[in-house]
Every structure is written in C-alpha cells, then in structure tokens.
Design a binder for this molecule. Structure first.
Ligand code: NDP
Ligand code: 2IT
Length: 447
C-alpha cells in the first residue's frame, strides 16, 4: 500500500487533495488486501484515472471581451457502469481537486448499489457576479467540447458547486442541439425536460436520513437536537429542511464570505427566505442578519475558514460547503461542546486530523462518500426514469432514496464490524465500496 501511495505522489507531486483522498482509502484497505491479496493490482489500477480530458473554453463576456477558462472531465472508473458524477464551476478548480472528487465518487457510486462508475468534471469559471447571459454563453462553450465525450451509456455528468438547475438547463440545451438527440446525458434536469422529482432535495435529505440511522444505533434522534450546518447552497438548504422535518433545530449557515448564527433556530419561513435569497436573488448570507432579529454574522477570512462556526455549541454538525472546512482545532471545539455526530454533506470537508479527533473521542463520524450519496443515487433514479421514459412520484423517489441511504448505512456499519473496526464508518464505507469494484475490475481483466 505504501508503494502505491508513494507512486501516486511521485507521479503527480502537486495534487495534495488527490493524495489526501487516496491516502484515506489506502489506510482502510489493509485488512481487505490481507484477506484478498489478489486485489492488490486493483488498488494499483484504481488510483490512475481511465481517462482525463482537459480543454479550452473560450467565450465572450457582456462587454465583448474574450474570456478563456479551462474545462475538465475526469473519467475515473467505469467498472460497474457509465462514468457518473458532477461538474464543479469554481475558481479553485484544478486537476487535483477534480481527481479527489472523481476518486471518492467511484466508491460512493458503488455504495449506492446502482450501476454507475465514477467521474467528475468542471471548470475554473466563477459563476458569481456573472449575468445569466454570460453563464449561458459559458455553458454553451463548455458543452461544445464536452458533448463528444459523454453519453447516456458513456458518461453522465450532473451538478456540484456552482452548477445547479440553471447551468444544467443551458448545458442540456447545447448538448441536444449538437447531438440532435433528446437523451439522459445529464442529471439534475428541470422537471419539464426529463428531470426527477426529489433530485434537488436528494443530497440534503439523504444526508439527514443517513445521520438518522447513525443516531439510532445509539438510541438518539434529531428530535430536539441543535444542528450546525455550513454552506447555504443546494446541499445545505435541503439538509436544513429535512432536519426541521425530523424535529431538529438548525442554528447556523454560511457562504464563502461568512456565517450566521441564529440561536432561535432557522424555521421553515426563514429557510424559504434563504432559498429565495440564494436561488433567485443570488445574494449573500450576510443579508439574513440584516433581515431577521437576534442573528450574529461573522465574516470568514480567508475562505474557507469558518472563523468560529464550529465553535457553536450543537449536538450534530453537518458540514455542507466544501473540502477541508473543519480542521483539527475546529474538531476539538466541537468535541469540547460534546457534539454527538459529525456527518459530511460536502465531499471531504473534514481534514484527516479532524477525523482522527472525532474517532478518538467516540463521536459518530460519517464520510461524505457514504452520507452524501443520496444525490448521486437519485441521479441514478433519474437515469432509470429517462431510460423507461417514465416519471415516478415524489413519494416513490423519496422512498427509494430513504431505502438506499438505510442500505448504505447498513453496509458501512456491518462491514466495519466484520473487519474488526466497529463504529468506523470511514473504513466500512471504503471497504464495502471497494469490494464491488474489485470484483468487477478483476472479472473484466483490469483493462
Ligand atoms: P452550491 O454551489 O449549491 O453551494 C456551495 C456552498 O458552499 C455555498 O454556500 C458556497 O458559498 C459555499 N462554498 C463553496 N466553496 C466554498 C469555499 N471555498 N469556502 C467557503 N464556502 C464555500 O454547491 P452544493 O451545495 O451542491 O455542494 C456543496 C458540497 O456538497 C460540495 O462539497 C459538493 O461536492 C458536495 N456534494 C454535492 C452534491 C449535489 O448533489 N449537489 C452531492 C454530493 C456532494 P458561496 O456561494 O459564497 O461560494
Ligand atoms: O458529489 C456528488 O456526488 C455530486 N455532486 C452528485 C453527482 C451526480 O452525478 O448526481
């Protein structure tokens, strides 16, 4: 394992986020390789992307100036199905970040038990502050290259940071025009053109369903629990909504400029106001403090340091913004306040040192690849509906999502027990996700 890790670092020394994601998985796989030495070659192959596409995205802004961005698609692993995973539009996007996300996606998608391989893509384009027309022109320019690399049976992208319903619509329209085919090549589509009910809610809802299952193992629940949530985008908003459904009290949210603390709790009416602020007006979370009484707003600099958000005394923490947003010191703050559970809504929001703090103090901790899998799982359900040319009801999709999250929890929990690490959801998720891929890759001759 050490040699695999060393070769990953030697090949791409400037990819710290990718190294971090690989190291966490390799640390978990020791007992599996001991039991199945025949799977060592699988590990060696899995850390190398099947294909990486990088391309120029040239577009004109509203002032008529040429803008040039970089576009990517990492096609990481197709052993169990077409590449599947989101697109991220954020100025920080580079190969390291997309490779870490694509690598995690492979395990996550395997855990859903749906036939989806893993991929991720995006651009260093920043949608913030751009007009709708600029976003549209960018999306069209991006798809002018991406379209030749994707397909309903090849690679099916979706949203992630900076890519929501608006962007998916523009991307889908351009694909359809180029390919002259109406097909399920993206998920997270609008309901009017092949989207699935509950897909917008799915990551946040699924996260809370997973957290509910974890809490139940120790006889606890969301009822009456205070909850800190970071981010205020797609995942954070619907995590907040589901926490409210289950009787919890969300007290924080954030964006890249700062965070708010509402000790009285973010109720459904305030959440509706936030959804309008973020999804329609595209405003900043600081406006929440100006609009409601009794709120503290704290600026976060430099991002993504949340500058105290994790110091708020809560029972449950749901980081839903971005990678590495909880470090060891912040984990210590949560532990000092006797946090019961930390459940990752974002991908890799806790540093390895933070995870160690939680595990050493008996805090229930779930890695994003298990707890945020509800989004991609519901994307899988959208793909099924597109293939069937049918639409299921919200109740049907939500019921399937809940069942999938219960099953992922069960797999992670039971696998950790089986391999002698009870309660270690990181090891459980990594091993359970790996075994299915390993079997498929071995059967297919490791091509
Ligand atoms: P959104 O773009 O809808 O929201 C992201 C939120 O996080 C915003 O509030 C944003 O603030 C904040 N944020 C983003 N980057 C930073 C940063 N560098 N520092 C501080 N705050 C930041 O994205 P999603 O809600 O879709 O995604 C959030 C996380 O969940 C990501 O890690 C994503 O990979 C993960 N995820 C998403 C899924 C999905 O279905 N959408 C599925 C599974 C995981 P601001 O607006 O100021 O940038
Ligand atoms: O990180 C993720 O799982 C996502 N951004 C969702 C991917 C998808 O294909 O729905």
């Amino acid at each position: 394992m050490k040699t695999v890790y060393d070769s990953v670092v030697a090949r791409d020394p400037n990819q710290p986020e990718f190294h971090q994601a690989v190291e966490e998985v390799l640390d978990s796989l020791g007992p599996v390789i001991e039991a199945h030495p025949e799977y060592l070659p699988v590990v060696k192959a899995m850390v190398e992307a099947e294909r990486i596409i990088q391309f120029r995205v040239a577009w004109y802004d509203d002032d008529g100036n040429l803008q040039v961005n970089r576009g990517f698609r990492i096609q990481m692993n197709s052993a169990i199905g077409p590449y599947k995973g989101g697109l991220r539009f954020h100025p920080s996007v580079n190969q390291s970040i997309l490779k870490f996300l694509a690598f995690e996606q492979v395990f996550k998608n395997s855990l859903t038990q749906l036939p989806m391989g893993g991929g991720k893509g995006g651009s260093d384009f920043d949608p913030k502050g751009k007009s709708d027309n600029e976003v549209m022109r960018f999306c069209q320019a991006f798809m002018m290259e991406l379209w030749r690399h994707i397909g309903a049976n090849t690679d099916v992208p979706a949203g992630d940071i900076g890519v929501g319903g608006r962007e998916i619509g523009y991307l889908f329209g351009m694909y359809k025009k180029l390919q002259n085919e109406f097909t399920g090549i993206l998920t997270g589509k609008g309901l009017a053109y092949g989207g699935s009910l509950i897909r917008p809610q799915a990551t946040g809802y699924g996260l809370v369903y997973f957290a509910r299952e974890m809490l139940a193992t120790t006889g606890k629940s969301f009822d009456g629990a205070t909850v800190s949530i970071s981010g205020s985008g797609n995942v954070a908003q619907f995590a907040c909504e589901k926490v409210l459904h289950l009787g919890g009290k969300p007290v924080t949210l954030s964006d890249s400029s700062g965070w708010i603390h509402d000790p009285a709790g973010i109720d459904p009416e305030k959440l509706a106001w936030i959804m309008d602020l973020k999804n329609n007006r595209r405003g900043r979370i600081s406006e929440y403090a100006e609009n409601f009484d009794g709120i503290t707003y704290t600026k976060s600099e430099p991002e993504p340091a949340s500058n105290g958000l994790w110091g708020v005394n809560v029972d449950i923490a749901l980081p839903c913004a971005t990678q590495n947003e909880i470090n060891a010191q912040e984990a210590e703050m949560l532990v000092a306040n006797a946090v019961i559970a930390v459940v990752e809504g974002a991908n890799m929001p806790c540093t390895p040192e933070a995870v160690e703090v939680f595990q050493n103090h008996g805090v229930l901790f779930a890695p994003g690849k298990a707890s945020n899998a509800g989004g991609v799982a519901t994307s899988g359900l959208e793909m099924s509906q597109n293939s069937l040319r049918l639409s299921w009801t919200s109740e049907e999709v939500d019921g399937r999502l809940d069942a999938i999250m219960v099953n992922i929890h069960k797999q992670a929990y039971e696998t950790a027990e089986k391999y002698g690490m009870p309660g270690n959801y990181v090891a459980g998720a990594n091993i359970a996700g790996f075994l299915k891929i390993a079997e498929a890759m071995t059967a297919q001759g490791m091509v």
